[in-house]
Design a protein around this ligand. Sequence first.
Ligand SMILES: [Zn+2]
Length: 437
Amino acid sequence: MVILISFSRVIVGNFYSSHSYDRVSYNADSAVCIDHTGMIQQILSKTDPNFSKIIQTAKTEDRLTFLNTNEVLLPGFIDLHIHAPQWPQTGTGLDLPLKEWLNDYTFPLEAKYANHTFAKKVYSDLVSSLLAHGTTTAVYFGTMHVSANIELARQCLNFGQRAFIGQVAMDNPFETPDYYRDSSTSSSLSATMTFIQKLTELTGPSSRLVKPIITPRFVPSCTDDLLEGLGKLAHRFDLPIQTHCSESIWEHNYAISRFHKHDTAVLDHFGLLTDKAILAHGTQLDETDLQQISNAHAAIAHCPISNIYFGDGIFTAARAHRYQIDVGLGTDIAGGFSPSLYRNIQQSIMSSRQLPNQSENHLTTANAFYLATYGGAKSLGLKTGLIKPGYWADFQIVCLPDHNDRPASDNNQLERLLYATTANDIKSVYVAGQQVI
Ligand SMILES: [Zn+2]
């Protein structure tokens, strides 16, 4: 006898999900059953004897979502590197080198988040916009203002976005402006502590949606004592870490001149290269750095649009994959001009076509889709990014491009979708089984 379980939602239709780094699987006419905690409990094919009964029960209970034939279900995307406060400057000032861009545009803007009303207005718009673009998880750099960062967390909770949020730490008087710098190393460390405490009060100690992440801005903006203190905090509270690493020639050479080491070795020295670390960019990493990152089981956030403007090179994601390093994609707002992971999927493929050794180094559609979904999730140790039992029901339902000729294969259909989709084509978005868009 069959015992039918009541699900919080059953979504019936066709879906794509990564099978591996090199392969995406297409599943037609499937019933994706979500339990009451927001996880995928089981997936039934049309030939399963329980298929009709489960759909009928879900329909009776008004818990059924039935996709049209021109719609597909995809995992939600993971933005592994984004600066929340830079949202208002998106698409501007991209004509300057990194250091001037920071001093002329970015630091003056970030300083404005001392104003709570301003922070609330921007963060409300940012979080809702990212969800509308299919981004169900974001790893945010905040600012040095605890109250603004807590407001960002509040907006993620309000809109239902999964997020990691970082209190940005920066105390080096030689590389940060007077008006936007932690007043001392101890005040920077205590601001991070206060942020972790207030965030935990807001979300509860076992929040599954919004979590803190230790955030030294990058090596140049931090003193040795601050880097060391943040490394100790990350270990003490077993927290993830995010920072920039060998993003540009200037940043890469800065670490060499100050420490006679590469960024990777500097981060390792201060306890910041852990299996929970997300290193952004890495365009200047060499083989030794990659081996060190691989040994530490740290991950890399590949930000292909931003790298075109500020990276002085193309990060070779395929090479990092050969080193068995987890890699995800980041928009790097506002170093990148688009909040869309679709645009970054496209750019990751396009940029990889400019690399030498094409047979080894170019990215396929399947590779780029993997980076935007499971690659990002795996980097964060999160059970999301796949449509598979035991994973969070973080989804987007996307309308297929309107086109007379259906592509020759299911993979061609995914390829066309990844190149054509805009926010207007994303019909709905779910996080932990709850519809948020
Ligand atoms: Zn960045």
